[in-house]
Design a protein around this ligand. Structure first.
Ligand SMILES: [Zn+2]
Length: 468
C-alpha cells in the first residue's frame, strides 16, 4: 500500500488596521481602488515601511506554533509578472523568515512547520461577464499575509483538513486573522506525493488555490487516486502545478512548476533587515491567550479523555460553553460526551450555531446530573434533549411528565413477568442459546415504561425471570 505524504502551504490574511507596507486601510468589500496610495500602486519613488502590527501578529502566530524566532529578519523581493501586482514584484521573505521549525499537534502526531514568513498580497482581477476586458481592483494589493509551510508530514486528506481546522482555531484564538476561507482570508496550496514500497517519496505535485477545507480534502482524494493508478500501471508521475475544478471534482494541469531561480529573489533594498529584540518577544508572549493545545491539556487534567478534550478545545464555539458547564461541578467527561455527540449532532442536523439555541451550561449540567443520579434513564435524557436545546429546564420536564426512572423493583418485576409470559417463543430462543434475543423483550419493557426503566435493572430482572 502506497502511503501519501502531504504538505501544506497556507496563506492567512493578518487582521491589521492598515496594509503591510503603507498606511492604506484594509477594507474588504469597499468600492474598487478606493484604498490605494503611491506605495501599494508601486509608483516610482515611493518607499515601503513595515507595519509593526503585522510583524507582531506574524510573530504571535510563530510563537504559538513553537517556532524558533531569529535574532534578525529581512524582506526580499520575489519577482514575477502579474497583472494585479503593480510593482511586478512581491515583497516577501526568503532566507530570513520570522519563524522556523515549529509544529502543530494532531493528537499524538506532530506536524512539523518548516517556516512562517510575512509578505504582501496582490490585487484582484475581475472579469465582468460579457465584457471584453479584465478590470483590476488594487484594494487588496499590499494586504499583509503570513505564509506557513509544513513538512510533508500529513498522511491523509482528512488529516490535512484537520490541520487546517486547528490552524484556524489557533489564528482566531490569537486574534491575528479571521482565517475565513469563504472570505479569501485563508487559502491553501497542497503538495502530495506517494511513498513507494521502499519508503521513498515519489514526484511531488502541487495543487494551487484551494479555497475551502472541503476542497482541500476532495482535491487530495482525487489526486492520490490519480497518482496511485499511474504508479500501479508502472507509469511516472510528472511534476506539475495543478488546479482543482470544484464542479467536476478533478485536478487539471495549470503549468509545469517554476523553479526558485525564476523568481530572482534578492534583498529588498528599501527595507533594512531588522532585529527582533528578545524583550519584545517576551512582551508578546505575555499577551498570549490560552491556546487550544493548552486548553486541551487543562480538560485532560480535569478528567476528560484526550480525544474528546482536543475536539472541544479546538472548537471555539463549544469550548467557552464547556468552560461554563465545568463550573457547575458536573462530571467533565459526561459533559464532554453530551457536547461532542448529542449536542453537536443536533446543531449539525439543523445547521444552527450553539448560540442560536436556548441551551445553557446550567441546563446541560442539570441533564447530566439527572442521569448520573439515576433520576432519569439515558434514553429519557436523549429524548428530552431537543426541548432542553430550546431552553427548557430538564428538571421541570421530568417533573411535569413523570419521566423519573422507575425504582419500584416490585412493579418492574411484574411487568417483566408479563412480557416473559406473552413471548414464549422468544424465551425458547434465549434458552436455546440465542442470548441476543433478550433485547427484544428488553425493548418491550422499555416501551411499556416510556423509557423510564433503567435498562441494566430490566436486563437483570429478565435474566432472573427466564432463568438459566
Ligand atoms: Zn497604500
Amino acid at each position: 500500500m502506497v502511503r501519501p505524504a502531504i504538505g501544506l502551504e497556507v496563506h492567512l490574511h493578518l487582521k491589521t488596521r492598515t496594509k503591510m507596507f503603507c498606511g492604506c486601510e484594509l477594507a474588504y468589500g469597499d468600492a474598487p481602488n478606493t484604498h490605494v496610495c503611491p506605495v501599494c500602486l508601486g509608483l516610482p519613488g515611493s518607499l515601503p515601511v513595515a507595519n509593526r502590527e503585522a510583524v507582531e501578529k506574524g510573530l504571535l502566530l510563530a510563537l504559538a506554533l513553537g517556532c524558533a524566532i531569529p535574532e534578525r529578519t529581512q524582506f526580499h523581493r520575489k519577482n514575477y509578472f502579474y497583472p494585479d501586482l503593480p510593482k511586478n514584484y512581491q515583497i516577501s521573505q526568503y532566507d530570513r523568515p520570522i519563524g522556523t521549525n515549529g509544529a502543530l499537534l494532531l493528537g499524538e502526531k506532530r506536524v512539523r512547520i518548516r517556516r512562517i514568513h510575512l509578505e504582501e498580497d496582490a490585487g484582484k482581477s475581475l472579469h465582468p461577464e460579457g465584457a471584453d476586458a479584465t478590470l483590476v481592483d488594487l484594494n487588496r494589493a499590499g494586504a499583509p499575509l503570513v505564509e506557513l509551510v509544513t513538512e510533508p508530514d500529513l498522511e491523509s486528506p482528512e488529516e490535512a483538513r484537520e490541520f487546517l481546522r486547528r490552524l484556524q482555531a489557533v489564528a482566531r484564538t490569537l486574534g491575528v486573522s479571521d482565517a475565513s476561507p469563504e472570505e479569501g482570508k485563508m487559502r491553501a496550496d497542497v503538495n502530495v506525493s506517494l511513498r513507494g514500497p521502499d519508503g521513498k517519496l515519489g514526484t511531488k505535485v502541487e495543487i494551487k488555490n484551494l479555497n475551502s477545507f472541503k476542497s482541500v480534502q476532495r482535491a487530495l482524494e482525487y489526486e492520490i487516486e490519480r497518482q496511485r493508478k499511474i504508479l500501479e500501471r508502472g507509469g511516472v508521475v510528472e511534476q506539475a502545478t495543478l488546479g482543482f475544478d470544484e464542479k467536476s471534482g478533478k485536478t487539471f494541469v495549470m503549468r509545469t512548476k517554476e523553479t526558485e531561480s525564476d523568481y530572482r529573489y534578492f534583498p529588498e533594498p528599501d527595507l533594512v533587515p531588522f532585529a527582533i529584540a528578545r524583550d519584545w518577544l517576551e512582551a508578546l508572549k505575555a499577551q498570549m491567550p490560552e491556546l487550544p493545545a493548552e486548553r486541551a491539556d487543562r480538560y485532560v487534567a480535569a478528567g476528560v479523555r484526550r480525544y474528546d478534550a482536543e475536539i472541544l478545545a479546538y472548537d471555539l464555539e463549544l469550548a467557552p460553553f464547556f468552560d461554563e458547564a465545568l463550573k457547575t461541578g458536573a462530571d467533565p467527561q459526561k459533559l464532554a460526551n453530551w457536547l461532542n455527540a448529542d449536542v453537536k449532532g443536533y446543531l449539525t442536523q439543523r445547521g444552527v450555531a450553539l448560540s442560536a439555541t436556548g441551551l445553557t451550561p446550567e441546563n446541560l449540567a442539570r441533564l447530566v446530573r439527572l442521569v448520573e443520579s439515576g433520576t432519569i434513564t439515558g434514553r429519557v435524557a436523549k429524548e428530552i434533549l431537543p426541548e432542553v436545546m430550546e431552553g427548557a429546564d430538564p428538571e421541570r420536564i421530568v417533573e411535569e411528565r413523570g419521566l423519573k426512572a422507575v425504582t419500584d423493583e416490585g412493579a418492574l418485576r411484574e411487568l417483566v413477568a408479563k412480557v416473559v409470559a406473552e413471548n414464549p417463543k422468544v424465551v425458547e430462543q434465549i434458552k436455546a442459546g440465542k442470548t441476543k434475543a433478550i433485547n427484544a423483550l428488553l425493548g418491550q419493557v422499555m416501551k411499556a415504561t416510556r423509557g423510564t426503566a433503567p435498562p441494566d435493572l430490566v436486563r437483570r430482572l429478565l435474566e432472573e425471570a427466564i432463568g438459566g
